[in-house]
Design a protein around this ligand. Structure first.
Ligand code: ARG
Length: 462
């Protein structure tokens, strides 16, 4: 005799054990239990409004679901693989608790619209957490930038020393990335917060359901327009994981910089003990493992995005069981993104910047060469020619092991008779930064403007 599944009415034989193990999802989708219960309670209340249940029946269902939730949270709930997923586990426990009335809950609903709702509620909650953590991270960046408005380091292009910038300006560049990430998540949330319940299996239902009322009950903004789309749309998950991939990509760029800066040949930062590790064989080592792991885990999140894109690409309408494979990539990506944002904030708060080391490399890289070329151009020499003259002066300084600012006026004048005493003001590195007053440049006014803008953004986010 076949063991009875919830859907087992037409089956004579029970599922093969290997098939049961292959198809179950409860081992991971149990994580949706809170959303499943929230969604079912809203559904029950609206079923009562619509006259399918009496008020008392809806109350008993909601209370039964609360009991199941308490059991889950205390660890007393027995998850059963043979019940396949979180939805059927909870519904069957509800029926054990309140009797046959539990069987009425699934009226006008299918697991197809149910799972879409649960997952949407879950993704929305997690995205809100990412946003909180992005705000907390930007707050740390801004605080560190404020401390280092006067600290100079070589700004690079092609990872070659290019022009001096303030460390504040460098750090604030990341704030713009994370602020955009936050905005992207806000935009994504518009498409996550959509009510699919009422689509039923795929075609809608003969029952007079009220998706708007369920949406209002759950605080969801929009309702679905097409039932077939409602049960098969996973764009919202892909978008969320894309946003997560980009957050990780931004974090990974910072990690790469910290790893380089922590190398003693740079020595721009000292890693906080709490976020570094040692070597079991080389006693002198302090390794930037947090950054390396974060850089590595970025690949994992991007991998989840790729998996999801491929998952969807060949699916005919509407719900296909393939879609069960959408959960783990999101869970995994979420775990990584949420943790990484927290770790970066914690590490950045404590990291020790070493302005002296940065200043040394500023001096070594001829970072004031553009200043000399601009100086000559300002005296009426065509910029291309000024560029050549400066190049020759750099070659001379390099051969003599000095910086441009260390050359004597006579030495400089061999390259152009337009060079006067005032050149030394221009060759000063700090002046090179201070004179960059163009909007969004590294000059102090722009840096203050950026900090003020970010601070009011942070206040508006709280
Ligand atoms: N565990 C399933 C999933 O995650 C729930 C929906 C199952 N629906 C169905 N028609 N078999 O997709």
């Amino acid at each position: 005799m076949a063991e009875k599944k919830m859907w087992g009415g037409r089956f004579a034989e029970s599922t093969a054990a290997c098939m049961e193990a292959y198809s179950e999802s409860v081992s991971f989708d149990w994580q949706l239990y809170a959303e499943d219960i929230r969604g079912s309670q809203a559904h029950a209340r609206v079923l009562a409004q619509q006259g399918f249940l009496t008020g008392d029946e809806a109350v008993r269902i909601c209370e039964g679901l609360d009991m199941a939730k308490a059991e889950i949270e205390s660890g007393d709930f027995v998850w059963k693989t043979e019940m396949e997923d979180v939805h059927m586990n909870i519904e069957s426990r509800l029926t054990e608790i309140i009797g046959p009335l539990g069987g009425k809950l699934h009226t006008a609903r299918s697991r197809n619209d149910q799972v879409a709702l649960d997952f949407r509620l879950h993704v929305a909650d997690r995205l809100a957490l990412w946003q909180e953590r992005l705000v907390a991270l930007v707050e740390v960046y801004v605080a560190r930038a404020e401390e280092h408005r006067e600290t100079l380091l070589p700004g690079c292009t092609h990872f070659q020393p290019a022009q001096p910038v303030s460390l504040a300006h460098h750090l604030l560049a990341y704030c713009q990335m994370f602020k955009r990430d936050h905005e992207r998540v806000t935009d994504c949330l518009k498409r996550v917060r959509v009510m699919p319940l009422g689509a039923a299996a795929l075609a809608g239902t003969t029952h007079p359901v009220n998706p708007r009322a369920v949406a209002d009950d759950l605080g969801v903004d929009e309702i679905f327009v097409n039932s077939m789309d409602a049960v098969s749309d996973r764009d919202f998950v892909l978008e969320a994981v894309f946003d997560g991939s980009l957050i990780m990509t931004h974090l990974s760029r910072m990690c790469e910089e910290i790893i380089i800066w922590a190398n003693p040949n740079f020595g721009y930062v000292r890693l906080p003990d709490q976020y570094a590790t040692g070597s079991s064989i080389m006693p002198q080592k302090k390794n930037p493992d947090a950054c390396e792991l974060m850089r590595g885990k970025t690949g994992r999140v991007v991998g989840s995005l790729m998996g999801l894109l491929v998952l969807l690409k060949g699916l005919p309408m509407t719900y296909n069981r393939d879609l069960q494979e959408d959960k783990e990539p999101f869970f995994d990506a979420d775990k990584t993104v949420s943790a990484s944002l927290g770790i970066m904030a914690g590490m950045l708060k404590q990291i020790e910047f070493v302005p002296g080391k940065m200043a040394e490399t500023v001096k070594r890289g001829f970072l004031n060469a553009t200043e000399l070329a601009d100086y000559l151009a300002a005296k009426g020499i065509p910029f291309r020619e000024a560029h050549h003259i400066t190049g020759a002066a750099v070659a001379f300084a390099e051969a003599n092991g000095v910086g441009l600012e260390d050359m004597s006026l006579e030495d400089l004048q061999q390259f152009s008779d337009q060079i006067n005493d005032d050149v030394f003001d221009v060759l000063d590195y700090k002046a090179a930064v201070d004179r960059r007053t163009s909007p969004g440049g590294t000059g102090p006014e722009s840096v203050v403007f950026q900090i003020d803008g970010l601070k009011s953004w942070l206040t508006s986010r709280k």
